[in-house]
Write a protein that binds this ligand. Structure first.
Ligand code: 3UK
Length: 507
């Protein structure tokens, strides 16, 4: 059982505690331009907190929209908002003015802190006059920057006294369906995610150097690239623009030990692995999307590392089912992370036994509180969160992802999970990426349709279609084979690395 005091400001535990135990001179954050020790990060956070409370006059519980690429300054802004007793509303870097306005309205934001490089969409968005007045940019040139307001501010700031269950973060789902939902999290939730997965599964330590791709505005990145490193006194590498190549270069350069990214990135990094000295890398975490067995295998072959797959969700803040090391069963996500419980429910909400596909329900120290959204009732029952995923359990308590609940393909009476067909297709040498969906069909209700990105050296041709279909039929039940195959130059993905199946369906 995790126990936190009733009065709690999570930043005191994450940051002030590092100084108290004498870690002030250790590196906390490494960026493309600067390295900040714990003492420097602490001082920056405090100066920003003074700007928020003093200069801008914000009050406890005010909401601050945050926007920026992964940089030490962006990280400091997030921590400062929490330390000042305000509520952080981080937004994904690629969002446009219209999407930002929806979030600002839903979250009732009172102020904005935005990287200068992303200011155009903030200038173009609808914002209340009060929030507009409290909009400050950082990381640019000129006098009107946050950095100017910070100059001369005291290096000490007494954290605002908050309750453990005061909201400190409103995180918006990436919205694979298009409509973002705001989820609310408490100060104690921030610590709870640090004290669950990283301790019992990842087993990260003070000498770990964390690196990866997810934006800090995505809770996968916020945890893996900021909160988890701080909680253990480790350090994080924050990188602004990443490709599979530049991530490998950065792992080598910074001697990173733990990598956080999505399955697509691992798939693309595997063939390039041998070109770099990546001996520092000890652990790799995959989340955001199902990890195909084929990807787990190619990564193991290239890196020698057993991937740590983990399912997390914005609603639950971070990873709640996972496995590492010799606990890993290929094809399974893993078991509930200690602290969490999980079960599989049928349509009526009754638990089902091993071997039956149903709806995944999860309960734990973190859990969903939707911000003004009627879906609260559909997704949360007596503290159990329905994640929207179709899962299956085995007799040993391992959980196997099958598909999103709404994505199960029903063809001629058969239930077919797209990711299973994708896993087979990914084993074919011609296939770099693929997405499998159900396409409406008069005769069968739906047919299995595969969207395939070819590896270089392969060309789309009817013979290849037939080959891929035979390849699938030879490995799984023949009724699962893709009756239609389309070739695309790239698959539509969210900023968080998730395949946008709805886009494939409407193509
Ligand atoms: C899917 C997975 C199979 C699944 C997230 C780690 O992805 C995160 O949060 P989101 O709110 O999406 C949640 C949904 O994504 N998913 C995530 N991981 C896996 N499916 N295997 C996986 N390993 O449909 C889930 O319901 O964007 C991931 C940490 C924090 C996060 N917010």
């Amino acid at each position: 059982e995790l126990q936190y005091p009733p009065r709690l400001n999570c930043v005191v535990e994450l940051l002030d505690s590092a100084l108290a135990r004498g870690d002030g001179q250790r590196i906390a954050l490494r960026g493309e331009h600067d390295n900040w020790t714990y003492a420097q990060l602490h001082a920056q956070v405090n100066r920003i907190a003074h700007v928020l409370r003093g200069t801008l006059g914000l009050e406890t519980g005010n909401r601050v929209l945050l926007r920026g690429a992964n940089t030490p300054m962006m990280a400091a802004c997030i921590l400062a908002v929490l330390k000042a007793g305000c509520i952080a509303v981080p937004t994904m870097p690629l969002l446009r003015a219209r999407e930002l306005a929806v979030i600002a309205t839903k979250a009732e934001v009172n102020a904005v802190l935005c990287a200068d490089s992303l200011r155009a969409e903030v200038e173009a968005m609808d914002l209340t006059a009060a929030a507009r007045q409290h909009t400050v940019y950082f990381g640019g040139t000129g006098d009107a920057m946050l950095e100017t307001l910070m100059a001369g501010q005291p290096e000490a700031f007494a954290a605002t006294d908050t309750a453990a269950d005061d909201v400190c973060l409103i995180s918006f789902t990436s919205g694979t369906t298009g409509i973002p939902k705001g989820t609310m999290h408490f100060h104690r939730d921030v610590l709870a995610i640090c004290d669950c997965f990283p301790r019992s599964v990842l087993r990260s330590e003070a000498d770990d150097i964390f690196i990866g791709t997810p934006p800090l505005a995505f809770t996968f990145g916020l945890g893996g690239l900021l909160l988890f490193p701080l909680r253990v006194g480790g350090s994080a590498v924050l990188l602004e623009k990443l490709t599979p190549e530049t991530l490998l270069v950065a792992i080598e350069k910074y001697r990173a030990t733990i990598c956080f990214t999505a399955p697509t990135f691992y798939r693309q990094m595997a063939p390039l692995f041998g070109r770099y000295d990546l001996t520092s890398l000890k652990k790799s975490v995959s989340a955001g999307e199902a990890l195909p067995i084929a990807t787990r295998e190619s990564w193991l072959q290239a890196s020698g590392l057993t991937m740590i797959d983990g399912i997390g969700a914005t609603e639950l803040l971070h990873i709640f089912i996972s496995a590492a090391g010799d606990q890993v069963r290929p094809g399974a996500t893993g078991k509930p992370v200690p602290g969490y419980q999980a079960c599989i429910l049928d349509q009526q909400g009754q638990p089902v036994g091993p071997g039956v596909i149903g709806r995944l329900a999860v309960k734990g120290p973190t859990g969903c509180r939707y911000l003004a959204d009627a879906r609260q009732r559909d997704y949360v029952l007596n503290g159990w969160n329905l994640t929207g995923d179709a899962y299956e359990m085995d007799a040993d308590g391992y959980f196997y992802y099958r598909s999103r609940t709404d994505d199960m393909i029903i063809s001629a009476g058969y239930n077919i999970a797209g990711p299973e067909v994708e896993d087979v297709l990914l084993r074919h040498p011609a296939v770099a990426e693929c997405g499998v969906i159900g396409r409406a069909d008069e005769e069968r209700g739906q047919i299995v349709e595969a969207h395939v990105v070819l590896r270089s050296g392969y060309a789309a041709a009817p013979e290849l279609v037939a080959q891929l279909q035979e390849f699938v039929k030879a490995q799984i039940a023949p009724y699962k084979y893709p009756r239609a195959i389309r070739f695309l130059p790239a698959l539509p993905r969210t900023e968080t690395g998730k395949l946008q199946r709805f886009k494939l369906r409407t193509e």
